[in-house]
Design a protein around this ligand. Structure first.
Ligand code: PMP
Length: 436
């Protein structure tokens, strides 16, 4: 095994090119269409392609690489673990790695935040965590209906799709997606309608025809749905409403969690405790698949094995997850550093947005971007950024928002370099705008 991050010369003409992807891989593949280079190496916030091009990565594995690529603080314990012949796959048996992860998670994440949660290991992806949350809420309450929000994204399996907004993704289910309804996310009506007027009214009215829900599932920032960031007051009011009507509140922190918004959980500053929390993406820290579903102890009602799976708790992910928590979350210095960088970065995005009529900065923490009035602009700017060596994605129902999600460990100089590229890419598509 090589641990070097230097491109090697092992790519022969026979192995190079993209023909095998075109001929063999399903057409469902997507990111590689915007970023067709063949990536071979990565380090920190940089990805290198086999032809030696370097890309600054402001997408970070869709939020799975909050601590950057091949972070040595995580890589070294992982390599040691493998070299020592320690157990890799173990279903959900007791292992040393799992014990150490659970202890560290309890000491550094749950206890300091006064969170009394049981930890469940569903399958290793975000949608696995959401499915477990939905099933549990239904089992505990005996109710079927779940409310979710306009423009929500919760995953691609049937239960998660049923609570997702995007019509193209929903259509892919091929069957009716039932037992859920959509309610307006914060500011859906531009402040014209009271936040929870409809919801409160139908919950109070036994003739409303809206079944009392088992749960409401929400993202604090809608990462896929257009970088809409709910106000903290709105989240708290939602939590109060759920308490009042005995509805389970699920926060899907798959994308916004693990420090992405500046605190470990995205809801910390809002001053409430969700009943269930979904975590995945950056919980392993290294890009290894891992997910958690956290819930209040009273909700711990699955029978042993009632929600099972082969890959529930992978030891390699436990090792890197523990190392990530110890390296970055043992005190608040990393969090403060991230928050300071976020302030600077957002100011940079604002400077770009201000040049273009109607462009606005969206999101919270390092889950931010720019919404352009011309829905086609963001995709073109992302393509122009790629040509200039920067990976950024789009978000929103029409892909109208340019989305930036750098690793939280990105150095200030790299953040500035990325902003410069964005500025140039935007100007190449929309012209110079109105210089400040
Ligand atoms: N929930 C949210 C909020 C997400 O952003 C995502 C993925 N983008 C998921 C769930 C699904 O995660 P996965 O792709 O790992 O299934």
């Amino acid at each position: 095994m090589t641990t070097t991050t230097e491109p090697t010369n092992t790519d022969t003409p026979q192995t190079g090119g993209t023909a095998i992807f075109d001929s063999l891989e399903s057409q469902v593949r997507s990111y590689c269409r915007s970023w067709p280079a063949v990536m071979t190496h990565s380090q920190g916030s940089t990805v290198t392609s086999e032809d030696g091009r370097e890309f600054l990565d402001f997408f970070a594995g869709a939020g799975a690489l909050n601590y950057g690529h091949n972070n040595s603080a995580l890589l070294e314990p992982l390599l040691d673990y493998l070299r020592e012949g320690r157990i890799v796959h173990s279903l959900d048996m007791h292992t040393g790695a799992k014990r150490e992860f659970l202890q560290t998670f309890s000491d550094l994440v749950l206890e300091p935040r006064n969170l009394d949660y049981k930890v469940m290991f569903p399958g290793p992806t975000g949608t696995n965590s959401v499915e477990a949350a939905l099933k549990l809420a239904r089992k505990v309450t005996g109710r079927q209906h779940v409310l979710s929000f306009t423009n929500a994204f919760h995953g691609m399996t049937l239960g998660s799709l049923a609570v997702t907004g995007n019509s193209m993704k929903r259509k892919g289910a091929g069957i009716p997606l039932t037992n859920s309804s959509k309610i307006p996310y914060d500011d859906y009506f531009n402040g014209v309608v009271d936040d929870f007027m409809w919801l409160e009214r139908v919950l109070q009215d036994s003739g409303s025809g809206v079944d009392k829900p088992a749960a409401i599932i929400v993202e604090s920032v809608q990462g896929e749905g257009g970088l809409n960031a709910a106000r903290l007051d709105w989240l708290k009011a939602l939590s109060d409403l759920c308490r009042e009507y005995d509805i389970i509140l699920i926060v899907d922190d798959v994308q916004a969690g693990c420090g992405r918004t500046g605190t470990f959980f995205s809801f910390e500053e809002a001053g409430f405790t969700p009943d269930i929390v979904c975590l995945s993406k950056s919980i392993s820290g290294f890009g290894l698949p891992m997910a958690l579903t956290l819930f209040r102890p009273e909700l711990d009602q699955f029978e042993p094995g009632e929600h099972n799976g082969t890959f529930r708790g992978h030891n390699l992910a436990f090792v890197t997850a523990r190392a990530a928590l110890e390296t970055y979350w043992a005190d608040d210095s990393f969090q403060k550093d991230v928050q300071a960088k976020v302030t600077e970065f957002r100011a940079g995005l604002t400077r770009i947005a201000e040049r273009y009529e109607g462009a606005t900065v969206r999101g919270r923490g390092f889950l931010t971007g720019i919404a352009f009035p011309d829905a086609s602009a963001a995709g073109k700017i992302a393509a122009a950024a790629y040509e200039r060596g920067l990976l950024v994605e789009t978000s929103g129902p029409e892909d109208e928002v340019l989305k930036t999600m750098p690793p939280l460990t990105t150095a200030p100089e790299e953040l500035n370099r990325g902003l410069d590229i964005l500025e140039e890419a935007t100007a190449s598509v929309l012209g110079d705008g109105n210089p400040a």
